[in-house]
Design a protein around this ligand. Structure first.
Ligand SMILES: NC(=O)c1ccc[n+]([C@@H]2O[C@H](COP(=O)([O-])OP(=O)(O)OC[C@H]3O[C@@H](n4cnc5c(N)ncnc54)[C@H](OP(=O)(O)O)[C@@H]3O)[C@@H](O)[C@H]2O)c1
Length: 198
């Protein structure tokens, strides 16, 4: 399989590159790093990326951010960061990528456990993650040519210790468990699911 990983240089992405790279051809992408550059905030950049990258069987997205901060001072602009980045960046990878992906291919997006278990300062992140999961459920029933779509929702991962204070009492998940979540999504038969890793 030829698997594109957008966000390949990141904490989660680099583990996926190592794992999928054992048995598959991995194409790495990021806004500044990787085999190919793509800015997921720009539909034009995504279109150009897919035109350039050639044939592929899977897209895994581990890129996109959202505002993290107190609700009491949150602004419209703050809230929209996550809509434009983590949500629409990943959505557009699918909306545009569906016209380029091989038959029976798959898209795997990344949400996060604050979707189901909100945390303090995460008022802009919980709705973005829920929207990603909602998009996956809705898109799955319309994608054509046997193309699948799923989300992986990790909780705090062991390689991001800086987030521990924001997840009181939460046991970080191992990077191996996170990788297995993405393997289930890319290599398994399911579609429309959010695969929780916590
Ligand atoms: N880390 C955690 O504990 C955790 C837990 C649950 C969910 N998540 C979610 O998992 C995802 C990845 O998290 P992470 O911690 O692995 O992130 P990260 O270490 O910050 O890596 C982000 C990756 O995205 C790429 N990127 C950034 N902006 C981009 C853009 N505009 N266009 C294309 N690529 C871009 C970066 O490469 P360039 O620098 O080359 O752009 C990098 O490869 C995020 O959505 C996060 O919310 C993370």
């Amino acid at each position: 399989m030829r698997i594109i990983i957008v966000g390949a240089s990141g904490v989660i992405g680099k583990k996926l590159v190592a794992a999928f790279g054992k048995d598959h051809e991995v194409v790495t992408a990021g806004s500044k790093s990787g085999d190919f550059q793509v800015d997921i905030h720009s539909p034009a950049s995504i279109e150009a990326f897919y035109k350039q990258v050639g044939s592929f069987d899977a897209v895994v997205a581990t890129a996109g951010g959202a505002h993290f901060g107190p609700l009491t001072s949150m602004t419209d602009a703050d809230f929209r960061v996550g809509l434009d980045s983590k949500l629409m960046g990943q959505v557009n990878l699918v909306l545009i990528g569906q016209h380029y992906i091989n038959d029976k291919g798959s898209f795997t997006l990344t949400s996060g456990s604050v979707s189901a278990m909100p945390i303090r300062l995460g008022g802009a992140l919980t709705p973005v993650n829920r929207a990603i999961e909602g998009f996956v459920a809705g898109a799955a029933i319309e994608l054509e040519r046997g193309v699948r779509i799923n989300a992986v929702s990790p909780t705090l991962v062991e390689d991001s210790p800086q987030y521990v204070p924001f997840f009181p009492g939460v046991e970080p998940v191992s990077m191996d468990a996170v990788v297995r979540g993405y393997q289930r999504a890319v290599l398994g038969p399911q579609t429309g699911l959010t695969i929780e890793v916590w």
